[in-house]
Design a protein. Structure first.
Length: 177
């Protein structure tokens, strides 16, 4: 004799509802109720930037800031603009290796990029003429270019950027006063 087992019709697979997994309330939450993951990421990056001890000197002898860092009129500005007469010498803010010297991305015109460490890069844009070449080592205060208005520029000035881990940060925080 063979015994047969049958499944009741009311217990079909589609009719069985699983209860959703509920996390134990005693476990700590990754983010507080009022803190989004994006805000937490920004706070972490600010803490990482604060750990880097960096002091840069001004890239021009006379300082006249014509535009600051950040968003203005819905347009992001990744550096600071320092107005100066045509041909004013641009100085390396710190020693390092030139990783780019030439006509930069759209809008930057002639530019120089110097890598000071694995994580720290400075950018000098809108130059009239670059006098350093890719691969050269430059010392602190060495003349690297001359002020111009190449690229998307309305007047003679230096566009100066600081990049930490490839992200643009406000150079004013690190420039010696």
């Amino acid at each position: 004799m063979v015994a047969s087992i049958s499944t009741p019709s009311c217990a079909s697979k589609s009719s069985i509802k699983k209860k959703p997994y509920k996390r134990a309330s005693s476990a700590p939450s990754k983010w507080s109720k009022n803190q989004s993951p994006k805000k937490r990421t920004v706070e972490k990056s600010q803490k990482r930037q604060a750990k880097i001890s960096l002091r840069l000197s001004w890239p021009l002898k006379r300082i006249s800031i014509s535009r600051g860092f950040g968003v203005r009129e819905n347009e992001r500005h990744d550096g600071i603009d320092l107005s100066a007469p045509k041909g004013t010498p641009i100085l390396a803010s710190s020693g390092g290796r030139v990783i780019f010297s030439g006509n930069g991305p759209t809008g930057y015109g002639n530019m120089v990029m110097i890598m000071h460490s694995k994580k720290i890069i400075t950018v000098y844009a809108h130059n009239f003429r670059n006098i350093v070449r890719k691969g050269e080592w430059v010392s602190h205060g060495q003349t690297i270019a001359y002020v111009g208005k190449t690229g998307r520029s309305t007047g003679y000035h230096l566009h100066f950027e600081l990049r930490l881990n490839r992200k643009a940060v406000d150079p004013m925080i690190y420039l010696i006063k």
